[in-house]
Design a protein around this ligand. Structure first.
Ligand code: CTP
Ligand code: MG
Length: 170
């Protein structure tokens, strides 16, 4: 496996990382589930999934794609492809994040409780699945992202915790 192919995989996935990280800063306000409960009597998603976080994350992730196109136009071919890819990566990441919270609430885990695997990979798998039709990665690149993303996720969360943006380091 070429180093450059792994670096391109990191470049490819960047909008998903940006989308997943930005709600920590731009999130807050009205929760997506509007306070509603599932039939088990617990919250659908919980207070950690807000509209502001979701929409802000999709916008910032998509904007990342525009910046990426300006830096490496040949990687994308067209601005439209870059924006479409970034939008699907960002939307997919935050959709996967919400699905993860839905699963956590069903498992009776309170908001903010860690769920190893789900927290680090749920958003990534969902982002990759949505973006794949627009621009594919090879299997080596996908495996590489599955391996490095948990470390990026932990690093970013630890940083956010140290900065006082999050109350827990996960
Ligand atoms: N956030 C948000 N809207 C989203 C996703 C995240 O506002 N759609 C913000 C919330 O303030 C959240 C923080 O980003 O607390 C960290 O996100 P995350 O770790 O995904 O949420 P948790 O609080 O851990 O909640 P959960 O247990 O449901 O994962
Ligand atoms: Mg969390």
């Amino acid at each position: 496996m070429e180093l450059s192919s792994l670096l391109w995989a990191m470049w490819y996935i960047l909008p998903a990382y940006v989308a997943n990280a930005s709600p920590v800063i731009v999130g807050g306000g009205r929760p997506i589930d509007g306070g509603r409960l599932w039939r088990d009597g617990r919250r659908l998603f919980g207070d950690g999934k807000t509209w502001r976080g979701f929409i802000g994350g999709v916008l910032l992730g998509t904007l990342t794609g525009a910046v990426q196109y300006a830096i490496t136009p040949d990687f994308y071919g067209s601005l439209k492809t870059a924006l479409m890819l970034a939008f699907l990566l960002a939307f997919g990441a935050l959709l996967g994040d919400i699905i993860g919270s839905f699963i956590k609430r069903r498992a009776n885990l309170p908001r903010g409780a860690p769920a190893i695997g789900l927290d680090q990979l749920g958003f990534l798998i969902s982002a990759l699945a949505l973006a794949y039709p627009v621009k594919t990665l090879d299997s080596g690149q996908i495996i590489f992202l599955l391996i490095v993303s948990p470390f990026v996720h932990w690093g970013a969360n630890y940083f956010a915790y140290k900065m006082g943006w999050k109350s827990v380091p996960w």
